[in-house]
Design a protein around this ligand. Structure first.
Ligand code: ADP
Length: 547
C-alpha cells in the first residue's frame, strides 16, 4: 500500500522559484569581471533564469543536451545554474584552471553544444574553437558595451539574448533523476573524469547541507562563496543559498586578500566557503595591513574543505577574526558533502586547544551518506581513531559511475565507492583523513601520514608550505623527505626545522631530510602535485643511504 501523500519531483527550478517567492528582495551581490560591484535579487535571478531556459528551449535543447560554462562566480553564472538545469539541459561547469588540452578534451567528451564564457576566457576559446567539434555557438557573459572583437564563430552577447527573451516560461516537470550538471575531476592520473549529478541528488544534498549538523545555512546568513562555481558546483552552495534564500555574495575572479576583506566587511558576511589557501592569503593581508577583523567583521563561520585545514589557520580565525572554522571533507564524486566537523554535546565547554584539536578532524557524516574504513583485504577497521585504512562511501549524492564510462564498474557489490583517501574513524564517528592512498609513505611495513608531517611543518612560523613524499630506502622501503617553502626573508635551517618537528611527531615519522624550494607544484584545483614531486625526487639520495 502506498502512502497518501503528494509526490512532487525534486527539481532545481523549484529552488530558485522558492527563493523568489519567499524572499524576492534578498540580494545576490557580484564582483563583475568588468570591474564594478553588481547587485540584484532572487526575483531578478529567477526571472532571468526563466529567460535562459526559454532561449535554450527555443534552440531545441532539452534533456540529453549539454552546454558548458567557463565563468567566475557571478550572478550570470548563477542564472545559468538554474536556467540551464531547470530547462532539463545539463550544465557542465568547466574548470578554466585545467590545462588547455584537458579543457578541449572535456568539452569534446561531454559533447557540449554551446559555451557560455566570461570575457577572461575569450582568447582561450578562440585558440581551441576549431577543434571543438560539437560546439554550435559561443555566448559571452557581458553586455553590448563590453563585447570584444573576436574571431569566434556564432558568437552572441548574453545581455542581448536576455533582453530579447520572453520571461513567461513554465519549468518542465522532469523526472527528478534527470541529469542536471556535470563536473570533471582534475585527473591527476589520465584524463579528467566526469561526474553527472541529478536534480534529486542535488536537492537532497542542498537540504542536508542546510541542516545544523550539515553546513548550517539559514536565511539570516550573508554568504560569501570563495569556492569557484566550477569546483563541484561551488560545493553546492548556490543551490543551498536559494533553498534558504540567504543573501549570497559572489567574488568574481578576485580572490586576493584585499578584495575578499572588502566584501566580508561591506556585505556583513556571516559565513564563507573556500580552500585553505584563500584564507591564508586573507590572513596575510590582515597581518600586513594591521587590520582588526574582530572589530570590523561580523563573520561567524569559515567553512574549509578541499584540503586539510591547517591548525594554525583555524587558530588565527578564532583569535584574530573571532570566527570559527568548520572543517569539511568531500570530493567531486560525492557532490561534495561527505563529512562536516560540528561539535557534540560533550564539547560544549571545550577550551581553545580542545576546539582546535576537534577542528583538525574532517568531521562526522550526515544522514544521507554512509562511511567506513577498511584494510587492504576490504575488512572493516574498528572505530578507534587509530586504525587507518581505505575510506569508502555510499549515499544519495555519491556517483554510480563516470560519465561516458557507465559500463565500467566503479562500486563494489555493496555499492561502496573507494574514495582513494586513507583515514581513521573514532568512536564518535569523526573522520580524520591521514592521506591519499597513493601518497602514503610506507616505512618498514608501517604507514606514515604525509599530511600529518606536512601539517606539522606548516605549523612552524617560518614555513609557508610543505610536502612530504616517500623516497626509496634500502632498509625501510621508503623514508619521508620533506620539501618546504620558507617565508620570504627566512634563513630557517634544515636542523632547526627537524628540531621543531621532533617534538611534534613519533621519532620514526621524522623526515630523513629537508629540501627548501621557492615554490611547490599544484594541480588545477590548488592541491599539491605530489606525483610531480615524486618524479622530480625519485633518485634523491637520503643521508646515510649508500649511493
Ligand atoms: P580534484 O580531485 O579534482 O582535485 P576533488 O574536490 O574531487 O578535486 O578532490 C577531492 C579530494 O580532496 C579528496 O579525495 C581528498 O583527498 C581531498 N580533500 C578534500 N577535503 C579535504 C579535507 N578537509 N582534508 C583533507 N583532504 C581533503
Amino acid at each position: 500500500m502506498l502512502g497518501l501523500m503528494q509526490h512532487h519531483p525534486l527539481l532545481i527550478s523549484d529552488l530558485i522559484e522558492h527563493a523568489a517567492r519567499t524572499r524576492p528582495d534578498a540580494e545576490i551581490v557580484s564582483r563583475t569581471v568588468e570591474g564594478p560591484i553588481h547587485r540584484c535579487t532572487y526575483k531578478d535571478v529567477a526571472l532571468r533564469a526563466r529567460k535562459v531556459a526559454h532561449v535554450l528551449t527555443g534552440w531545441g535543447l532539452g534533456p540529453g543536451n549539454v552546454v558548458c560554462t567557463l565563468a567566475w562566480n557571478g550572478y550570470r553564472h548563477m542564472e545559468l545554474f538554474f536556467g540551464v538545469s531547470g530547462a532539463g539541459v545539463v550544465l557542465h561547469t568547466v574548470n578554466p584552471r585545467l590545462f588547455p588540452e584537458q579543457i578541449e578534451y572535456i568539452i569534446n567528451h561531454a559533447q557540449n553544444e554551446y559555451v557560455f564564457l566570461d570575457l577572461t576566457f575569450v582568447p582561450l576559446l578562440e585558440e581551441m574553437a576549431p577543434r571543438l567539434s560539437s560546439v554550435r555557438g559561443f555566448i559571452i557573459l557581458t553586455d553590448k558595451a563590453h563585447m570584444p572583437v573576436t574571431n569566434l564563430a556564432n558568437v552572441l552577447c548574453y545581455e542581448d539574448l536576455i533582453a530579447e527573451a520572453d520571461s513567461s516560461y513554465a519549468w518542465p516537470q522532469l523526472d527528478e533523476r534527470t541529469a542536471s550538471s556535470l563536473c570533471y575531476t582534475s585527473g591527476t592520473t589520465g584524463h579528467p573524469k566526469g561526474v553527472l549529478y541529478s536534480h534529486r541528488s542535488t536537492l537532497l544534498h542542498a537540504i542536508v547541507q542546510c541542516m545544523p549538523d550539515g553546513m548550517n545555512l539559514s536565511t539570516r546568513d550573508s554568504l560569501l562563496l570563495g569556492t569557484p562555481m566550477f569546483h563541484v558546483n561551488g560545493w553546492g552552495v548556490p543551490y543551498a543559498a536559494a533553498l534558504t534564500a540567504a543573501k549570497l555574495v559572489l567574488p568574481g575572479p578576485a580572490l586576493d586578500g584585499a578584495s575578499l576583506y572588502q566584501l566580508l566587511r561591506d556585505e556583513k558576511i556571516t559565513m564563507t566557503f573556500g580552500v585553505p589557501t584563500i584564507w591564508l592569503m586573507l590572513k596575510n593581508y590582515v597581518d600586513q595591513h594591521g587590520l582588526n577583523p574582530r572589530e570590523e567583521l561580523v563573520l561567524e563561520r569559515v567553512l574549509i574543505g578541499g584540503a586539510a585545514a591547517p591548525r594554525a589557520l583555524a587558530e588565527a580565525i578564532e583569535v584574530q577574526f573571532g570566527a570559527r572554522v568548520v572543517h569539511a571533507w568531500g570530493m567531486t564524486e560525492t557532490s561534495p558533502l561527505g563529512t562536516v566537523c560540528t561539535p557534540l554535546p560533550k564539547h560544549a565547554n571545550a577550551d581553545l586547544e580542545q576546539r582546535l584539536d576537534l577542528q583538525a578532524l574532517q568531521g562526522r557524516y550526515p544522514y544521507g551518506v554512509w562511511l567506513k574504513v577498511v584494510d587492504d583485504q576490504g575488512d572493516a577497521l574498528p572505530h578507534d581513531g587509530a586504525s587507518a585504512g581505505h575510506l569508502l562511501i555510499k549515499g544519495h549524492w555519491v556517483t554510480n559511475g563516470y560519465f561516458g564510462s557507465e559500463s565500467e564498474p566503479l562500486l563494489d557489490e555493496d555499492n561502496w565507492f573507494d574514495t582513494g583517501d586513507i583515514g581513521t574513524l573514532d568512536s564518535d564517528g569523526y573522520l580524520h583523513i591521514t592521506d591519499r592512498a597513493k601518497d602514503v609513505i610506507k616505512s618498514g611495513g608501517e604507514w606514515i601520514s604525509s599530511m600529518d608531517v606536512e601539517n606539522a611543518a606548516v605549523g612552524h612560523p617560518e614555513v609557508t608550505e610543505a610536502a612530504a613524499i616517500g623516497v626509496a630506502h634500502p632498509k625501510w622501503q621508503e623514508r619521508p623527505l620533506l620539501i618546504a617553502v620558507r617565508k620570504a626573508g627566512s634563513n630557517l635551517s634544515k636542523e632547526q626545522l627537524l628540531g621543531y618537528l621532533s617534538t611534534r611527531m613519533a621519532k620514526w615519522w621524522l623526515p630523513d631530510d629537508v629540501v627548501f624550494v621557492d615554490q611547490l607544484p599544484h594541480t588545477a584545483t590548488g592541491k599539491l602535485q605530489k606525483r610531480a614531486l615524486r618524479e622530480q625526487f625519485k633518485d634523491y639520495q637520503l643521508p646515510g643511504t649508500p649511493s
